[in-house]
Design a protein around this ligand. Structure first.
Ligand SMILES: Cc1cc2nc3c(=O)[nH]c(=O)nc-3n(C[C@H](O)[C@H](O)[C@H](O)COP(=O)(O)OP(=O)(O)OC[C@H]3O[C@@H](n4cnc5c(N)ncnc54)[C@H](O)[C@@H]3O)c2cc1C
Length: 192
């Protein structure tokens, strides 16, 4: 198993998207990234306490007594996670599960409940769902979406410096500002 595997993994999903938006706004983020100070801790088994998880692993190991450690985690983890967990557990993948010590098992439990990653940077723009930055909303009349600087110029959606958590809010921003801008243009044309 190659150690470098662990250096190329990425994390995604709604919580990660929202967290990354907060991180990007943090003044010292670049320094903290360089100094490996931004850590992400994931509870891979949130429904089980450490004690219950330990019992569950004991049961799994008993049922797979003669199997090697690397072949005993199928029921516990998604396929893609198994290799990483084996490396980080520091338990030999070839070791028979009935030879795994209590100390090793307890380390495995802690690893699953406190899976820690060091954040090294942000994903590429191509992977982004929403963009921060853009036209300053102070420069736009929110009742019409017309620019305060350039008459007859309207803004809506992503081009504005507005971003929200994922969950439909960004689409709502696009729909509401688009509707307002469209209606304002229509009203203006009627008056002409
Ligand atoms: C994968 C993904 C998942 C998302 N999931 C969610 C979600 O779950 N909830 C949520 O709230 N938001 C979500 N978003 C964000 C949301 O889709 C955007 O905030 C929203 O679509 C922005 O609308 P918009 O009209 O401003 O821009 P866009 O939807 O990007 O529309 C801009 C349009 O302009 C066109 N265009 C660009 N340049 C030109 C040009 N020169 N001439 C003519 N046309 C041009 C583009 O082709 C595009 O059709 C997601 C975004 C992505 C990428």
């Amino acid at each position: 198993m190659e150690k470098c595997y662990l250096h190329i993994c990425g994390v995604s999903g709604p919580i990660i998207l929202s967290s990354s938006a907060h991180l990007l706004r943090m003044k010292q983020v670049e320094t903290f990234l360089k100094e490996d100070k931004i850590l992400l801790q994931i509870d891979l088994k949130p429904a089980l306490s450490e004690e219950v998880l330990d019992k569950r692993i004991i049961k799994d190991f008993e049922e797979n007594k003669n199997r090697q450690f690397k072949n005993s985690l199928d029921e516990l983890l998604p396929k893609k996670m198994i290799e990483a967990i084996i490396i980080l557990s520091e338990i030999s993948p070839e070791k028979k599960v009935n030879e795994i010590t209590k100390k090793e098992r307890q380390k495995l439990v802690r690893l699953l409940k406190h899976f820690e990653l060091t954040i090294k940077g942000f994903g590429e723009i191509e992977e982004a769902i929403i963009t921060a930055g853009g036209i300053d909303v102070k420069e736009v009349d929110s009742s019409t979406m017309e620019s305060k600087k350039v008459k007859g110029l309207y803004f809506a959606g992503e081009i504005l410096d507005v971003d929200a958590y994922t969950g439909g809010f960004n689409l709502q921003i696009a729909y509401s500002t688009g509707y307002t801008a469209g209606k304002s243009i229509q009203n203006k044309e009627r008056k002409l």
